[in-house]
Design a binder for this molecule. Structure first.
Ligand code: ATP
Ligand code: MG
Length: 810
């Protein structure tokens, strides 16, 4: 091939080379973790562009996370002298958003339609249920939310659901009402983005044909985790059914790994791979078997583990890298101890072994695990960054500020209206709101439009609120995003409100952070002056009616894991605010609001900082790190208890573990803890069965003998729990007293203790750093025991007895 000398292709192995340079046509690349699937996909795009076989506008690539999309764009712009911003590279949800923005009229959406995140969605459903007197015991709002999301994932509108029992009929009825409410308010939830975009393509033949002609190359990463609707959406873009055959002019390349299918609970269908091969009559199937990511000890663990699953498509993975370090396994007495061990190891990795923090990841099965780890990192002053979990844009004060901003863009956004109509307090009570809702319902208009229907003093207050928003809108006209946000935060009274609140300082900081987030959004996305539209092929121009609004490309992150979070959130943004079709830009505020709704917990403030990465295993898919910690590898947690009932569930857990293990390049640490505080209860856990499935020769158990576990020996230096490790382990760690302070408040309902360790309220103790102090209170047992000690000039501190060096002063 003429381009085979391209430097792009150097270093690829034969199979990779074949995949990158595949001739036009559909193909499936099926390969294990770290074999270069994503790299092949990225390189192929670069190669197509470089060899002139494709223009930027003719390529669409779907990635699984926003992070992946960003990385792909970054690599492409490094490889090519193109402005890659206008390219359609993003997650399914991001691309759907982009499409709906571009064709909002055809999609019957308001121009400034807003995206509901999961929280908003839930509160919208709650509001609806209240309004229609739905029994929330029989139909819990969360369940309704799952029901609606599930229907949408299957591509079903209320009319498509076959309801045979009264309960389902009721749910469908609520689904219908919910849809009407969303439409009235001009908002869409995540599922709606996908479904609406699918319907747009299905129902509008011109649009469909436009995009079919345009996207000559469709590339899909992590194909094993596509759901039914996503597959149908791809088919709409790729071609037309012709009788029983599917005819496609474009080249669809799907890349996947059946062993990494971890979203069955969210409707993912591994079966899409088989359907794809059949329906697209895929001729080219390529397997990649060389792993470039991990040392063989790590890889051996992954291979051995996954071999316990049945019905695998069957792939081998080998590496030419050496064995590397053994996989380290640590058994902790408690979750707190597990976290402190991680922190110590992380310090070592950075200090002695030259690892950078951002190349270190801590993965967990359940979001609830992150809090303890965060505390430990925080108190050691180690910068960290959490993906998912508590997301910046989900904090109350941020949601409030965003609600005001959204009302500027769209006064009919009732969710936002409800959120801030009486926040800060304006003397608008629940009665008034009910009256307003009644009025809005009976005249079929938005809350904002209904305010004049409410009489008396209450009505005046409501009108005052709407007027305030109108004034703000006027005031911020033509201002920069920064000015808009600052003005809104001030004028709305939010800042003032938090200034008067006892713990408002943090919140004010977050509100200021929102300004920073907006600012970095503007620069990162190249929004505004340096945004350049891509050259267009003539055939890419759409009928003018469809070109009114510019798109934003956003992404959706993997959905929440089973456990704590419902449908978790989508990811941030990428590409540009420039419409690749028209070159138009959209308002910075509108773009930013979209971004905020789709943002996946990429804390803007921490972006770019060299920080340890924390995330669920689900969120780690496709990523890689030099060192990986997997915490809580315990029966009931990993594999998770909800999944252990049946073989399918257990196998999905094993795939999850396979994903987790294969994230590591050089070092892998697995840990489990004997006790763990989860959901307000201490649980006694045994180590995961997955340990039994790992090859012993690749492992190194680093846990010391647990001689003193559970009992406290005040005179044994570091404390009984670490008996055999000696005091050195924690001795150097003078920050410990502070660490426990952080645990003190959030770890509420630990049991009251009997003071078996000799430390009890009233006695005097000595601490290495703080000197003598008086014990005020003791709580918890064994390793969890904590004492509140008053140290005079050092103040009062909560100390973990298992760790703090406390001796009783006679
Ligand atoms: P996953 O299944 O986890 O998504 P993947 O198959 O997509 O993994 P990549 O992320 O593309 O794998 O590649 C894994 C690592 O191996 C990357 O760091 C990549 O740059 C590197 N790599 C891939 N192919 C080669 C190669 N031919 N030579 C050197 N390094 C390579
Ligand atoms: Mg990949």
């Amino acid at each position: 091939h003429p381009a085979s000398h391209s430097p792009l292709l150097t270093g690829l192995n034969d199979e990779q080379l074949a995949a990158v340079t595949l001739p036009a046509g559909h193909a499936l690349i099926l390969a294990g973790a770290g074999s270069g699937k994503t790299r092949v996909l990225t390189t192929r795009i670069a190669w197509l562009l470089q060899t002139g076989q494709a223009t930027p506008g003719s390529i669409m690539a779907v990635t699984f996370t926003n992070k992946a999309a960003k990385e792909m764009l970054a690599r492409l712009s490094a490889m090519l002298p193109y402005n890659v911003r206008g390219m359609w590279i993003g997650t399914f949800h991001g691309l759907c958003n982009r499409m709906l923005r571009a064709h909002y009229q055809v999609a019957k959406l308001p121009q400034a339609f807003q995206i509901l995140d999961t929280q908003d969605q839930l509160s919208a459903i709650k509001r609806l249920c209240k309004q229609f007197n739905v029994d929330d015991e029989r139909f819990p709002p969360k369940q309704l939310m799952y029901f609606i999301a599930g229907c949408k994932e299957e591509g079903m509108r209320p009319g498509d659901v076959v309801a045979t029992d009264p309960d389902t009929r009721k749910k469908v009825e609520i689904y219908q009402l919910y849809e009407e409410q969303c439409q009235r308010e001009g908002v869409v939830d995540f599922g709606e983005l996908m479904l609406r975009s699918f319907e747009l393509l299905r129902d509008d033949v011109h649009l469909r044909q436009h995009y079919q002609r345009r996207f000559q190359h469709i590339l899909v990463d992590e194909f094993q985790d596509t759901n039914k609707l996503q597959y149908q959406w791809l088919k709409q873009l790729a071609g037309e059914a012709d009788g029983s055959r599917f005819v496609s002019q474009s080249s669809v390349i799907a890349v996947g790994d059946d062993d990494q299918s971890i979203y069955a609970f969210r409707g993912a269908r591994v079966g899409n791979m088989a359907d794809f091969i059949r329906e697209f009559e895929v001729k080219n199937q390529i397997k990649l078997e060389q792993n470039y990511r991990s040392y063989s000890n790590i890889l051996d663990c992954a291979n051995a583990l996954i071999s316990h699953n049945s019905n695998r498509l069957g792939k081998n993975l080998r590496t030419t890298q050496g064995p590397g370090e053994p996989v380290r396994i640590y058994e902790a007495p408690s979750d707190l101890a597990e976290a402190s061990w991680m922190v110590d190891e992380i310090k070592q990795l950075v200090k002695n072994d030259g690892f950078t923090r951002q190349e270190i990841a801590v993965l967990y099965r359940s979001n609830a695990q992150s809090r303890v780890i965060e505390s430990a990192l925080f108190n050691s002053g180690i910068p960290y960054r959490v993906y998912g979990g508590l997301r910046f844009f989900e904090r109350a004060e941020i949601k409030h500020a965003l609600a005001y901003l959204r009302l500027l863009e769209n006064p009919h956004d009732d969710t936002s209206f409800m959120r801030v109509v009486n926040f800060p307090a304006r003397g608008i009570g629940a009665r008034t709101i009910e009256q307003l809702q009644d009025a809005a319902r009976s005249s079929g208009c938005s809350l904002s439009d209904a305010v004049t229907a409410v009489g008396g003093a209450a009505g005046t207050k409501l009108q005052g609120f709407v007027a305030q928003i109108d004034v703000l809108r006027e005031q911020t006209q033509g201002k920069t995003l920064r000015e808009i946000i600052e003005t809104v935060e001030e004028q709305s009274g939010l800042i003032e409100h938090y200034r008067n609140e006892k713990e408002g300082a943090d919140r004010i900081e977050n509100l200021q952070e929102l300004v920073t987030a907006a600012e970095s959004f503007v620069t990162q996305e190249g929004f505004g002056k340096d945004a350049v539209a891509l050259p267009l092929d003539a055939q890419e121009i759409l009928p003018a009616t469809n070109l009114t609004q510019s798109p934003v490309s956003q992404g959706l992150d993997p959905e929440a894991p089973l456990l704590d979070q419902p449908l978790q959130a989508p990811a941030g943004t990428l590409a540009s605010m420039v419409n690749a079709d028209t070159g138009e830009t959209m308002s910075p505020l509108a773009a930013f609001l979209s971004h905020a709704s789709l943002e996946a917990g990429d804390n803007q403030a921490q972006a770019g900082q060299d920080a340890v990465q924390l995330m669920t295993v689900h969120a780690s898919k496709g990523l890689e790190f030099d060192a990986v910690f997997i915490g809580g590898v315990e029966e009931g947690l990993f594999p998770h208890e909800n999944a252990m009932m049946d073989r399918g569930g257990l196998e999905e857990e094993r795939r999850l573990a396979y994903v987790a293990i294969t994230r590591a390049r050089k070092r892998l640490y697995l840990s489990h803890s004997q006790t763990r505080m989860l959901h307000g209860q201490t649980r006694y856990n045994v180590k995961s069965r997955f340990f039994d499935e790992l090859p012993e020769e690749a492992l190194k158990w680093i846990t010391p003998r647990q001689s003193g576990f559970g009992s406290f020996a005040p005179n044994s230096g570091a404390g009984g729990a670490y008996g055999s490790r000696g005091s050195g382990q924690f001795g150097s760690n003078s920050g410990w007293s502070n660490k426990t302070e952080v645990f003190a408040s959030p770890v509420v309902p630990r049991q009251k203790a009997e003071p078996s360790h000799g430390i009890k309220a009233g006695i005097t103790v000595f601490h290495n750093k703080f000197g003598e102090g008086k014990v005020l209170a003791v709580e918890g047992q064994g390793d969890d025991a904590r004492a509140q000690v008053s140290f005079g000039r050092h103040g009062t501190k909560w100390l973990a007895l298992a760790i703090a060096k406390l001796t009783v002063v006679e």
